[in-house]
Design a protein around this ligand. Structure first.
Ligand code: ACO
Length: 387
């Protein structure tokens, strides 16, 4: 490490974007960006997508191992019971301005909830795990309940007999989804549950490193997820598909975008230099949902965009990331576009909490340096003498 004094003489190496900087050891999530592999606690995401459930994946991420039958039943029951929102949070959701962006509502609700949690400042691992499970349980209810309030619809209370993903769709739409739709939602939530030291997890970790409480760390993560270079890309991807409107217009749209030196949302990744394995699974879901609905226009536009981007940008190793087909999948599940980033969050809360609790086991304040390039010996001029 370059000491500040030494750096002052030589000039430091500046890791803009922190591309190659490791900040902790972890046993939660592994990404092989060259081969397109993603593991949670050692298990391949493709196996989890094929065989696991969101509840089981949450247990795996938080506890570090797959549950036995008894542990899983208890974990499912705990999550299901905790899904109900306290009356104070319901009141808050009712009082939010009609046009408040859903991510802002979720972030505000989490911040507010901390005031009512008697365990907020209990920093023992056991208390943080309990808070983590409560947050995982309640995120979906917050998003679905606010959606119905802003549409003037009757609130649908949680049904503890249903799985987490299925109940989220039911609370959101007012209808119990069929088995295929429920399973697609469940797997999409598995795919989004964690992704190592991404921008929002890093934001949560910075807050955690100051020993701020879990709610504060999650508020930081939500603020960071919102941007279009991160979780906001799902919404931007679907907007692109809708704007193009017809498969024949897709190629020209992409070529124009690239000519204007603009980004095509849903493509490229800091870590993956090949296909993101999650994108391949979501692409298949997008195709199946298009078949089920009998209208594959958006799916064909998406594949045209993909073909063109990959053809044009193969040399830069740009491929679809998880967000590209997720937009189509969420749309096919009947989720309104401006909720997409919140849906990402109701899954990622599992990873954020697991990562933060792991960081606290060997905490160190995250405090990087910046290299000052401004003037140093200016003479203070009194206000009256300034031109
Ligand atoms: N469309 C067009 N060109 C792209 C794209 C894209 N989506 N992504 C990268 N490139 C190009 C850049 O223009 C740059 O080209 P240049 O070297 O000629 O200047 C090169 O590829 C490297 O791009 P960077 O932006 O420097 O790469 P970085 O690692 O910083 O970016 C990022 C990763 C932010 C995800 C980027 O690919 C991007 O902006 N993608 C679009 C937004 C998006 O989909 N975000 C979701 C990411 S996944 C997630 O958060 C869950």
């Amino acid at each position: 490490m370059v000491s500040p004094l030494k750096a002052d003489l030589a000039g430091p190496r500046i890791d803009k974007g922190l591309d190659d900087v490791y900040v902790k050891e972890t046993s939660i999530c592994f990404i092989d960006g060259q081969r397109g592999r993603l593991l949670y606690r050692g298990y391949d995401i493709r196996d989890l997508a094929a065989h696991s459930t969101f509840e089981e994946t949450v247990f795996l991420l938080l506890e570090g191992h797959l549950p036995n039958r008894e542990e899983l039943e208890k974990a499912k029951a705990d999550l299901a019971t905790a899904r109900t929102l306290p009356p104070s949070v319901l009141r808050l959701l009712r009082s939010m301005p009609e046009h408040a962006p859903p991510m802002d509502v979720l972030r505000t609700a989490v911040s507010y909830m901390s005031s009512f949690d008697p365990e907020r400042d209990d920093m023992t691992r056991a208390a943080n795990m309990r808070k983590a499970r409560r947050l995982v349980a309640q995120f979906g209810t917050i998003v679905a309940t606010h959606e119905r309030i802003r549409k003037g619809q009757r609130i649908v209370r949680p049904d503890p007999k249903l799985g987490h993903a299925e109940d989220f769709l039911r609370m959101l739409t007012g209808r119990r989804p069929d088995a295929d739709h429920a399973r697609i939602m469940d797997v999409a939530m598995i795919l989004y549950a964690d992704h190592a030291m991404n921008a929002s997890t890093f934001a949560a970790t910075v807050a955690a490193s100051t020993l701020a409480d879990l709610y504060s760390t999650i508020t930081a993560a939500l603020s960071t997820l919102k941007g279009p270079l991160h979780g906001g890309a799902i919404e931007a991807s679907l907007n692109t598909i809708e704007r193009i409107g017809h498969p024949k217009a897709a190629e020209e749209f992409v070529l124009n975008t690239l000519r204007n030196k603009e980004k095509v949302y849903g493509f490229g990744h800091r870590v993956y230099k090949t296909y993101d394995p999650r994108a391949l699974i979501l692409k298949d879901f997008a195709r199946r949902l298009a078949e089920m609905s009998g209208d594959d226009t958006y799916y064909r536009i998406a594949t045209e965009i993909e073909d063109t981007v990959v053809r044009q940008l193969a040399s830069k190793q740009i491929f679809p990331n998880v967000d590209f087909y997720a937009g189509l999948v969420f749309h096919g599940l009947g989720i309104p576009t401006d909720l997409f980033t919140t849906v990402f969050a109701i899954a990622r809360i599992a990873g954020w909490t697991a990562q933060v609790i792991e960081y606290w086991e060997d905490n160190r304040l995250l405090r990087p340096l910046d290299w000052y390039v401004g003037p140093k010996d200016l003479v203070y001029v009194p206000l009256d003498e300034r031109s």
